[in-house]
Design a protein around this ligand. Structure first.
Ligand code: NDP
Length: 332
C-alpha cells in the first residue's frame, strides 16, 4: 500500500528522541480500515509516552493517539465505513503521528461535514474527556461550582465552554495573565494565576468559605493534595493527569479529616471502551462543535516533521487550547 511517514521513539526521553521515519503501510486486515490522515491531534499524554512516564509496550514504538482523515481502503468484514468517508479516532492505541495508518474500524467515529477533519482532530480526545469527566465521573449540575486546573489548556478551554453552557461556575487556574484572559473568553467565571496567587485561599474567598463541589486536576504533583483543601464537605477530587509529574502518595485519613471527601483517578479509555459509549461521547462533542458551543479551531499547528518543536512548546507551557500536527509539509 506504499510508504508512510511515521514518528517513532527508539528510547524514551526528551523531545529529541522523536524520530521521523519511513515505514511500509500494510493493507487493512479483517475489521480494519486504512485512514489517510488530514490532521493529527496532539495531547499532553503523548509527552508521557515519549518520556517514559507511561510505559510503552515495547521499543521502538510509534506514538500519538488521535487523528482524523479519509478512508482509503477497508478490510474484509467492514460494513460501517466506506472509501472516501471522513473519520476520526482517539483510542486506537499508539501510532497517530503518521500520515496514514491502519486502524480497527470499531475505534473509528464518523466526522460530520459541519466539523471537518482538522477541527475533529483538535477536539475529539479532549472533548470526550470533558464529556465523561463532567457527565459520568460526576454529573455536574447547574448552580454548582468547580475548580479546573490548567483551564486555558486543550482540555481546559473545552471544559470552560461545556460547563458554562450547563450553568456551572468554573474557577480556573492558569500560569499567566494572557491565559487567564483566554479562559475567561471561553466562559471561565474566575481565574487564578497560580504562579503568584495562593489558589486554596482564593477558592475559599470566591466560594464564601464553602469550597467547590468538584476539583478537576490534571496538573498532578504541584496541585493535587492542596486541591483537597478547596472542596466542600463530601466533595470530589478528580485527578486525571500529571502535567507537573505524578502526585505524591497521601494518607487516606486526610479524606476523613478534610470533610469525608472522595478522590478518583479516571482515564478516558474505560469510558469509551464499548462501541455505543464511544459513538455517544463523540456525538456529544461534535454536536457542541456544530452548535458553536465548543471552539474547535486548533490554536497551534506544526508540520508532522516538526514534532520536536511541538513537544517542546507543549512542555514549556507555551501553548493554549488545542495543537495539531499536519501531515502536509507546507504548514508554517
Ligand atoms: P494542555 O494543553 O492542558 O497542556 C498542559 C497544561 O498543563 C499546560 O499548558 C500548563 O498550563 C499546565 N501545567 C501545569 N504544570 C505544568 C508543568 N510543570 N509542565 C507543563 N505544563 C504544566 O494538555 P491537554 O489538554 O492535552 O491535557 C490536559 C491534561 O489532561 C493532561 O495532564 C493530560 O494528561 C490530561 N488528560 C487526561 C485524560 C484522562 O482520561 N485521564 C484524557 C486527556 C487528557 P498552565 O501554563 O496554565 O499552567
Amino acid at each position: 500500500m506504499g510508504n508512510t511517514t511515521v514518528i517513532r521513539v527508539h528510547e524514551t526521553g526528551g523531545p529529541e528522541v522523536l524520530r521521523v521515519e519511513q515505514a511500509e503501510l500494510a493493507a487493512p486486515g479483517h475489521g480494519e480500515v486504512l485512514v489517510r490522515h488530514e490532521s493529527i491531534g496532539v495531547n499532553f499524554i503523548d509527552t508521557y509516552h515519549r518520556s517514559g512516564l507511561y510505559p510503552l509496550p515495547g521499543l521502538p514504538s510509534p506514538i500519538g493517539q488521535e487523528a482524523a482523515g479519509v478512508v482509503e481502503a477497508v478490510g474484509e468484514g467492514v460494513t460501517e465505513f466506506g472509501v472516501g468517508e471522513a473519520v476520526a479516532y482517539a483510542t486506537a492505541g499508539l501510532g497517530a503521528y503518521a500520515d496514514a495508518r491502519v486502524v480497527p474500524a470499531a475505534r473509528l467515529v464518523p466526522v460530520p461535514a459541519a466539523v471537518g477533519c482538522r477541527r475533529a482532530s483538535a477536539v475529539l480526545l479532549k472533548g470526550m474527556t470533558v464529556e465523561y469527566l463532567v457527565r459520568r465521573t460526576f454529573r455536574v449540575e447547574p448552580g454548582m461550582t468547580v475548580l479546573w486546573h490548567a483551564a486555558a489548556g486543550g482540555v481546559g478551554l473545552i471544559a470552560c465552554r461545556w460547563l458554562a453552557e450547563l450553568g456551572v461556575a468554573v474557577i480556573g487556574t492558569v500560569s499567566s495573565d494572557a491565559k487567564a484572559e483566554l479562559a475567561r473568553q471561553h466562559g471561565c467565571s474566575h481565574t487564578i494565576v497560580y504562579a503568584r496567587e495562593k489558589f486554596v485561599e482564593r477558592v475559599r474567598e470566591l466560594t464564601d468559605g464553602r469550597g467547590v463541589d468538584v476539583v478537576y486536576d490534571s496538573v498532578g504533583r504541584d496541585t493535587f493534595v492542596r486541591g483537597l483543601d478547596c472542596l466542600r464537605p463530601r466533595g470530589l477530587l478528580v485527578g486525571f493527569g500529571n502535567a507537573s509529574g505524578k502526585p505524591e502518595p497521601f494518607d487516606p485519613m486526610l479524606l476523613a479529616q478534610k470533610g469525608s471527601l472522595y478522590v478518583t483517578r479516571p482515564t478516558l479509555f474505560h469510558y469509551v471502551a464499548e462501541r455505543a459509549e464511544l459513538l455517544a461521547s463523540a456525538r456529544e462533542v461534535f454536536d457542541r462543535v456544530a452548535r458553536g458551543v465548543i471552539d474547535a479551531e486548533p490554536r497551534h499547528e506544526w508540520p508532522l516533521q516538526e514534532v520536536i518543536d511541538c513537544h517542546r512548546a507543549l512542555e514549556a507551557r507555551q501553548t493554549s487550547g488545542s495543537a495539531v500536527l499536519s501531515p502536509r509539509a507546507e504548514v508554517g
